[in-house]
Ligand binder design. Structure first.
Ligand SMILES: Cc1ncc(COP(=O)(O)O)c(C=O)c1O
Length: 466
């Protein structure tokens, strides 16, 4: 039922009316070291959860208008998941069926999301050439040809894809910054975002630098620099990078392409969540990592410039990957350049000194002096009971009424911070905001203790070697 809006009412007729007009938010912490004002365009706040809602509307709208898509029709699309979500959302409202073809590297969350909308999802192998009949492009073309009343949305060649960004994303960026924008930075998948928004901004202000960010393994950065296509390699970040040149990618509006590794992308994604409170997906991390690399090359590290970075989708789609420590470790992304706690302990090389719960204050003070330590793990056998620290001993003795032969039992901290040998050293920052030391426990056994000065020492050794 179509209801005429009354004055003052703020009711949208469907979720399709809330696509676009996403906020632009300043980044503060991850950008330390560059001088530019870096702002994030939060495209994951679209109702379908990504930047692709915009193109779903234009591609479907245009196909309806010219008769390629009729009531009862089926939309077929090759998608890394997000375009599928936008299309599925619109199809649910408009009554179309959907068939999506996805590469097998995409996260389980995305497949389940599309199935939640009632779509048929066909999975294809990632590691085949684009013209292989099993490839995601070939399978989607075949399904579109075989299915009656099918419309193949074809985001890789459909001009309605970059047009969506030319008509909406570009103007929003321009208005939200009152035209004070010097750099646009985004990842490139189909290239629709960068080509459409980039073209709009360049028409307004030709001096705006348009910078594409490309995962290492994709062909774009080499193609941009040399005009040649290298052999593509698989990589883990989703939604960006290609192994061919889509018709929607317009390099004439691109001024620079920066290459970023999976590790840089994922570690930055996690930092964006923990330090900026922005729960974004992996390609946002790629875009920010690329933005920082680019801005550092500018005079004064970008002083006086404003850069807008596109955040295409949300972290919710990657809970089982980027936000799973097990997955990150399995793929070697958590072994950061700073190493793990196990490396630090090995380099420190000292034997572990411990106390037991009923040990006398006098003996514990003696151990602290002899071994020059300020805290000791308290153990029963090799199991952790707690931690005893210099400050707690001091307050205990200052309180008065206590003797050196008292057992330490009453002043053992029963819940000290605990880390494992696999904990990355750069993950200790949070622990040391509230504690001076953490106990290292490996498979239930206490194997060491790390203090702030141990970490400083470890980092100084690493830096000294560079
Ligand atoms: C997560 C994600 N980021 C970025 C992009 C890139 O956008 P575009 O295809 O407009 O280049 C996509 C596109 O698939 C995506 O899914």
């Amino acid at each position: 039922m179509k209801v005429e809006p009354r004055t003052g009412e703020q009711i949208r007729d469907s979720v399709l009316e809330i696509v676009g007009s996403t906020p632009l938010v300043r980044l503060h912490k991850v950008t330390r070291g560059v001088r530019a004002d870096v702002v994030a365009k939060l495209e994951f706040l679209n109702p379908g959860g990504s930047v692709k809602d915009r193109i779903a509307l234009t591609m479907i709208g245009e196909a309806e208008a010219d008769g390629r898509l009729r009531p009862g029709g089926t939309i077929v699309e090759a998608t890394s998941g997000n375009t599928g979500m936008g299309v599925a959302m619109a199809a649910a409202i408009k009554g179309y069926r959907c068939i999506f073809v996805m590469p097998d590297k995409m996260s389980e969350e995305k497949i389940r999301l599309l199935r939640a909308f009632g779509a048929r999802v066909v999975i294809t192998p990632t590691a085949v050439e684009p013209d292989d009949p099993r490839s995601y492009y070939s399978v989607s073309r075949r399904l579109a040809a075989e299915t009656p009343h099918a419309f193949y949305a074809d985001q890789y060649h459909n001009p309605a894809n970059p047009r969506a960004h030319y008509e909406t994303l570009g103007p929003e960026l321009w208005e939200q910054t009152s035209g004070r924008l010097d750099v646009l930075i985004c990842g490139m998948g189909t290239g629709g975002t960068i080509s459409g928004a980039g073209r709009f901004l360049k028409e307004r202000h030709p001096q705006i630098a348009v910078v594409g960010v490309d995962p290492i393994g994709s062909v774009y950065s080499e193609y941009f620099r040399t005009g040649r296509f290298p052999q593509a390699h698989t990589y883990k970040v989703e939604g960006i990078g290609e192994d061919f040149l889509p018709g929607t990618m317009d390099f004439s509006v691109v001024d620079e392409v920066v290459a970023v590794s999976d590790r840089e992308s994922f570690l930055m994604t996690r930092r964006l969540v923990r330090e900026e409170g922005i729960f974004c997906g992996g390609s946002s991390g790629t875009a920010v990592a690329g933005a920082l690399k680019y801005l550092r090359t500018l005079p004064g590290h970008g002083e006086g410039k404003r850069a807008a970075v596109i955040f295409p989708d949300s972290g919710l789609r990657y809970l089982s990957k980027i936000f799973s420590d097990d997955w990150m470790r399995e793929h070697g992304f958590l072994e950061t350049e700073m190493g793990a706690v196990g490396d630090l302990l090995r380099a420190k090389g000292l034997a572990l000194v411990t106390a037991v719960p009923d040990e006398a204050v006098r003996t514990v003070v003696g151990k602290m002096k002899r071994f020059d330590v300020s805290q000791l793990p308290v153990v029963a056998g090799d199991r952790l009971v707690g931690m005893i620290s210099e400050v707690d001993l001091l307050s205990y003795l200052l309180e008065g009424g206590h003797g050196l032969d008292d057992p330490i039992t009453a002043i053992v901290d029963p819940a000290p911070p605990v880390v494992t040998p696999e904990t990355p050293v750069d993950g200790l920052a949070e622990t040391f905001l509230t504690a001076n030391a953490a106990v290292v426990v490996d498979a239930g056994r206490v194997t060491g203790i790390v203090t702030k000065i141990d970490v400083i020492d470890h980092l100084a050794r690493k830096l000294g070697r560079q």
